[in-house]
Design a protein around this ligand. Sequence first.
Ligand code: NAP
Length: 426
Amino acid sequence: MTSPFRIAIAGLGTVGGGVVKALAARQDELSQRAGRPLLLTAVSARDRKKSRGFDIPGWSDDPLALAKGDADCVVELIGGDEGVARQLVETALANGKHVVTANKALLAKHGKALALLAEEKGVTLKFEAAAAGGIPIVKVLREDLIAHGVDAVKGILNGTCNFILTEMERSGRGFDDVLAEAQAKGYAEADPTLDVGGGDTAHKLALLASLAFGTAPALDAVSVEGITHISADDIAFASEFGFRIKLLGTARRVGDAIDQKVQPVLVRASSALASVSGAANGVLVDAGEAGQFFFSGRGAGEAPTASAVIADIVEAASGAPSPVFGRPAAGLTALRPADGKAAISPWYLRFEVLDVPGVLAAIAGNLAEAGVSIESMIQRGRAPGEPVAIVMITHETAQAQVERALKAIGASDKVRARPCMIPMEA
Ligand SMILES: NC(=O)c1ccc[n+]([C@@H]2O[C@H](COP(=O)([O-])OP(=O)(O)OC[C@H]3O[C@@H](n4cnc5c(N)ncnc54)[C@H](OP(=O)(O)O)[C@@H]3O)[C@@H](O)[C@H]2O)c1
């Protein structure tokens, strides 16, 4: 065997702890695969005194010291798109060290600049764990599904949202109730905004789109809608129509532009994505002539995420540096955003209206004026003078037309809540 590959890890939380344990448990096997001994030589986190349940060699109070020490590879597992994580990654690369990270927020925001720096220094920057956790989708898009290009990538990329939606469907309970339970069980953060608001999915989607289309990650070009407005009724109605509601991140080629969206979507109950339940993730890649490929598995948590980080470490130790986003960073083009509102699909519409004569006719009139035609409709029960739910499924229509109709409908004093519109798989 050749010289050891010295590893420094900053961040010893869920992911960092998992990486330290997995490295220790299978050191010989992993070193054999890397072709050189893998040695954990330094670590850093915030609190030195915290009991962590594993041995920690070479503690440093200052994570930046790891970027200046004798490590060959710095593993950044702190998180955040600025601050210490960004400084650490930049300094490590500038000092000619390989970097492995799980930090989607950092790469979605600064991916191209960091890739340029890594290439200039002749080192590797790897981020398999940053999108879909244990599913090796980054490698697949960077190295494998390349022959025919990629037309679209869509995925369930946030386990917290998928857990909440699955549990709402299973139990019939509302969003707030299930979120509170998820928080109590530790499946959701105390501040769940980044997850349920769709921001975390947007970070991951920006990375997958970059790998798929050869564009620089463009977080600003992702249109983002979360799941906080999804009601138990929506889930029940979707089920009646043979669909499930999933939060999808979708990036697709539209001519020479790319449409990137995070939004709830009604997917057919029989589809692969609908079968992804609980905290799991799933990614569907439409690889042109090569066909469609579906990947699913655990997208977060200690062991799956550590699995992806370890794979990156072994690759960094054993191979020549490869381009961070699958092609030379200087060649990553600026993403040209497609007009997302031109996207055509059938739509699920839910209105909460007063049960009085003429309401339905008025809604139908507004829809017709905007060129939206209805395929089917459900009105549950009658409650004269009281609010009732009306649900409609449209024929394929552009988003802009549906929005125009809903704006007019929402202005009526007979409509009690903001109308809900969710795209459906055709
Ligand atoms: N958790 C997952 O399932 C998962 C999945 C995919 C990707 N990721 C990504 O992996 C990264 C780490 O996530 P995590 O869940 O492991 O986070 P975590 O459990 O909160 O751990 C964060 C670690 O960073 C340390 N830290 C925080 N601020 C620091 C500072 N200023 N200086 C030094 N150390 C600092 C903490 O130290 P103390 O331990 O001393 O407090 C802790 O060890 C994030 O980028 C996250 O997005 C996580």
